[in-house]
Design a protein around this ligand. Sequence first.
Ligand code: AMP
Ligand code: MG
Length: 289
Amino acid sequence: MSEAADLPSLWTHEPHIHLAFRPGDKVANIHTNATPGFSGKKGDAPALQAERNQRLAELQEMLYANSKTAGDTRSVLLVLQGMDTAGKGGIVKHVVGAANPQGIRYTSFGKPTEEELAQHYLWRIRRALPPAGHIGVFDRSHYEDVLVVRVHNLVPPDVWGARYDEINAFERELVDGGMTLIKVAMFVSLKEQKKRLAERLERPDKYWKYNPGDIDERLLWPKYEEAYQAMLDRTSTDPAPWHIVPCDRKWYSRLAITELLIEALEALNMSWPPADFDIQAERRRLAEA
Ligand code: AMP
Ligand code: MG
């Protein structure tokens, strides 16, 4: 075993339980700079992250291998929702990025195109779902259709209002089909968001992430808070529960989401697929080849 694998876990609670949204939880009360369930410090993060990324990569490969050779049709979908600067891109880069791209299906959902707008809002979502053996990653998702759409009334209230139940039915269908959904709501404080937006304005390597519209959305936070609350209240279901991750400390949010992924993959109880050929015979053939 490598040295990194000997590190103590530093988690005092299983993140999927500790970070689970519970009925009655209020978005307004989230401590965005907290590190729930984690007893370590920032200085512990790099080594632990590296170790856990390795574990994640191993599990991902196992999922992929089972789909290729053992007919396992299961898949995993990580749904990342959060306001600008919450760190969705960082999760993709620093957590998912450690896995083999072959088994990852990444999609970021921006403002719908003309083509997408002409379709049902779940059309583009269905097209992006991970195939068997893959981990799908949604950077934003169908939840934009009850968040930004609700805040800006892009469709009438009875239309977005009907979407909560529709989304629940859609997700149940996915889970029944063998997909594990890991829904993560990422929350950053307004103060931390201001700092991160300021950084985007100061660093030439970050201009590309800056969008003048981010400030308009920021000013609408009370409305977004309401929309996020309704999303959590109405779409955290048994088959597809929400998790709340405080994101003021990037090192924590990355560790936490890594654990959520690892826990979900471990729950699939996978092992390496057995050889579907005669190993001894193949060894002999190779020796003589
Ligand atoms: P970013 O994630 O920074 O690339 O920004 C994507 C933008 O697209 C955000 O402002 C989202 O709110 C917006 N967006 C994503 N999905 C939708 C949607 N269904 N309707 C309207 N705007 C959307
Ligand atoms: Mg943005």
